[in-house]
Design a protein around this ligand. Structure first.
Ligand code: MN
Length: 717
């Protein structure tokens, strides 16, 4: 624990004008206020605000900030009133302490559902005075340093996640690179201790191996630069385990491939020398393409400035260089806090030099309420992430563009699988809506719901995507199997045979299938026809092209029906008795259709519908046309096969819906062929057994009412 005089001395060392009296009074005030309170470590509680103040001296902050650090927990954790602080330390400190207290109370995982209000408070507290955030970050850093004293693992984990999700990005946003790195690394140690340990071991190993080389590279660079009369300080830069971990995850690379472990900082005197140094490096070594970045002419959003480049240095070793001035270096490490060195007491304290903060403030000023504020804000500070909340107030952190489905899967896989709708901030919203920062999301679930492949088009998280895919594959398979079984059933029945699993099991090898279910699924998916399977099971049957099988199929039906023995030709008027006749496979005429007969040498008459495209072929041969019509006097019990072209949404249940609707309308699928398949739709040809054209029209009309069916028409030619 730092002692009172040490703290005062440290502050005075960088700020000779520091208010020594205020520092001493704050020290004593906090010590008395916290009295005999202790921390989880067993240390007196007062050690905590003191350490927080100590951390802040590293950033050379002003007296008011140090005083605030010392007092930061007195309102929340002791009997001290804000007025007392106001009286004893003045308005400035009172406002700062109040800001930190408010920030503490926001609690990102609070039980309240008032997260919109909380975000507003967070932004307000930060923007009124950026020093509030400095104290809060230092507070969090010390809490992370002492995290291991907390006994409950869930609590440690929650704090670590909050640090990773909120405080480290905040530190990054205001340019406090060192703070960010420390917070992240501590959180990483809690969240993935094993990964961190193994990375540290590897780092140690590499460091030992490369020790001589690092010195060699530094020496070589030094002399190169010195030749040009530039005085440079070169440092090997240590990467943190977490930054390596992140890179490994992002790029999917192993430790060995992480070439830029060799990284160096070159600190020079002026901007001009930065560019000169860059020129020297590029002149002496081959440049690694794509690594050069000029953050001096275009600083990062958090005011970071530097030149970055990569070269193949001594021993062909890939080396990363960051070239910057002393001032740039301090800003890079300390961010907003660094400004106190150069602009003591300037306008920087309110944080408004940050464009993103300014924009938020502007919106805040003009928005009617917190909801509207959130609606208009794209909380830019986490530009690649959105923070949303469950109704219980738990924070769910998602990548930008995430939808309620991503949210649902992030909460729990089951919740994702069963989600049917989402209330965003209390309003029912489509599942494809993009979530925004601060949204409170309530997922509506149903036991009957299953994941839909259409979700795959808008989800952004890997977890959601993989769950949806897996499910859809499984389901598709089940549906194909069911459909295939019914097609086989009718194919066998039409020949007067019963479909048995035993019969199918006997031909598995023929079709290279591993199970009867697989075989059925192949038929359902249109990869095998019912006829092919039938012929394999009963090899005696004649092999016929797929379309031709349909007419005899109708014949077979007619044969089985006892009410007529007259066959099919009878129902057509205008034919010479005894003339061979068959229905065209291209248009599948049905009783009720206007029809035309085409005389084909050696084949008899082929019946087409009057609008069949095939008829064009016979345009120049009027002698072949034969005027025919259906014999409507005959109540034919025959079934006929009509063919439809259909486009079905590629969603689970669509195929099931299709066969249900057809069956409900007394139709019967006799064959099915998928002609085109995209992620969105299936295009298929379906043969449906019906009585006549009116029957088919009814079936088509019924199918049109189904939302899963995109388009349906009779096939013509
Ligand atoms: Mn604290």
């Amino acid at each position: 624990m730092i002692r009172q005089f040490e703290l005062v001395e440290t502050v005075r060392s960088y700020d000779p004008g520091a208010d020594e009296d205020a520092l001493n009074r704050a020290y004593v005030f906090a010590m008395i206020a916290h009295g005999s309170q202790t921390r989880a470590s067993g240390d007196p509680y007062f050690s905590h605000p003191l350490e927080v103040a100590g951390i802040l001296t590293r950033y050379k902050v002003d007296t008011a900030t140090i005083v605030t650090a010392l007092l930061h927990d007195t309102i929340e954790d002791t009997d001290v009133e804000l007025e007392t602080i106001d009286e004893q330390f003045g308005d400035e400190v009172a406002k700062l302490v109040d800001g930190v207290t408010k920030l503490t109370r926001i609690g990102f995982q609070s039980d309240q559902a008032k997260q919109a209000e909380n975000f507003r408070k967070l932004v307000l507290a930060m923007s009124e005075d950026i020093r509030v955030l400095l104290v809060k970050l230092a507070d969090r850093l010390h809490n992370m340093q002492t995290l291991h004293f907390i006994k409950k693992p869930e609590k440690r984990r929650r704090i670590a996640m909050e640090t990773m999700d909120i405080y480290a990005p905040l530190a990054e946003r205001i340019g406090m690179q060192e703070m960010k790195t420390e917070l992240e690394d501590l959180a990483f140690g809690e969240l993935s201790p094993d990964a961190r340990k193994s990375i540290l071991r590897r780092l140690d190993f590499l460091r030992e191996r490369g020790e001589g080389m690092i010195d060699e590279i530094i020496t070589e660079f030094q002399s190169l630069i010195r030749e040009s009369g530039i005085n440079a300080e070169i440092k090997g830069r240590e990467k943190t385990p977490y930054s390596i971990w992140r890179k490994m995850q992002k790029n999917d690379v192993g430790f060995e491939q992480l070439s830029d472990i060799m990284a160096f900082r070159v600190i020079v005197g002026s901007v001009e020398e930065c560019y000169q140094t860059l020129g020297i490096a590029h002149g002496a070594y081959p440049v690694v393409p794509g690594r050069f970045k000029d953050y001096i002419s275009t600083p990062k959003h958090n005011a970071y400035r530097s030149l970055h480049t990569g070269v193949f240095g001594p021993h062909q070793q890939r080396v990363e260089l960051q070239i910057r001035t002393r001032e740039m270096h301090e800003v890079a490490e300390a961010g907003v806090a660094a400004h106190w060195n150069y602009k003591q007491g300037g306008t920087v304290k309110d944080g408004t030099q940050y464009r993103w903060l300014r924009e938020l403030l502007d919106i805040l000023e003009h928005a009617a309420g917190p909801e509207e504020f959130l609606e208009h804000t794209k909380l830019e500070m986490f530009s690649d992430q959105v923070f949303c909340f469950t109704p219980r107030g738990d924070l769910i952190n998602l990548p930008t563009g995430a939808t309620p489905v991503d949210f649902a899967y992030a909460v729990h896989s089951e919740v994702g699988d069963r989600c049917v709708g989402a209330k965003i901030n209390g309003r029912m919203m489509p599942l494809r809506s993009q979530l925004r920062n601060g949204d409170q999301v309530e997922i509506v679930t149903s036991k009957a719901q299953t994941p839909s492949p259409t979700w795959e088009r808008f989800v952004v998280t890997g977890k959601a995507r993989s769950r949806i895919r897996r499910f859809v594959r499984l389901q598709e398979h089940e549906q194909y199997e069911k459909l295939g079984r019914s097609i086989l059933h009718s194919a066998f029945a039409d020949e007067g045979y019963d479909l048995t699993d035993k019969g199918l099991a006997g031909v598995l090898k023929v079709f290279k299938q591993s199970s009867v279910e697989e075989l059925c699924a192949q038929v359902g998916a249109g990869l095998l026809t019912g006829r092919e399977v039938f012929e394999a099971v009963y090899p005696g049957a004649k092999k016929k092209p797929w379309y031709d099988a349909i007419v005899p199929l109708a014949k077979a039906r007619a044969r089985r029906s006892k009410s007529t023995g007259k066959g099919d030709a009878i129902s057509i008027k205008g034919l010479i008795p005894g003339m061979a006749m068959h229905m065209a496979g291209c248009c599948h005429p049905l009783p009720g259709d206007r029809i035309v007969g085409i005389v084909t040498t050696g084949k008899g008459v082929t019946i087409h519908t009057i609008d069949c495209d095939t008829l064009e072929t016979f345009h120049d041969h009027p002698e072949k046309w034969l005027d025919v019509s259906w014999n409507e006097d005959l109540q034919s019990p025959d079934v006929h096969v009509g063919r439809v072209k259909i486009s079905v949404a590629n969603v689970p249940g669509a195929l099931g819906e299709l066969s249900t609707v057809i069956a409900r309308n007394s139709g019967n699928i006799s064959n099915l062929k998928i002609t085109n398949r995209t992620t969105d739709f299936f295009d298929m040809l379906i043969d449906i057994e019906v009585k006549d054209v009116r029957h088919l029209t009814e079936v088509i009309a019924a199918l049109r009412t189904s939302p899963a069916i995109h388009a349906i028409d009779r096939a013509k030619g």
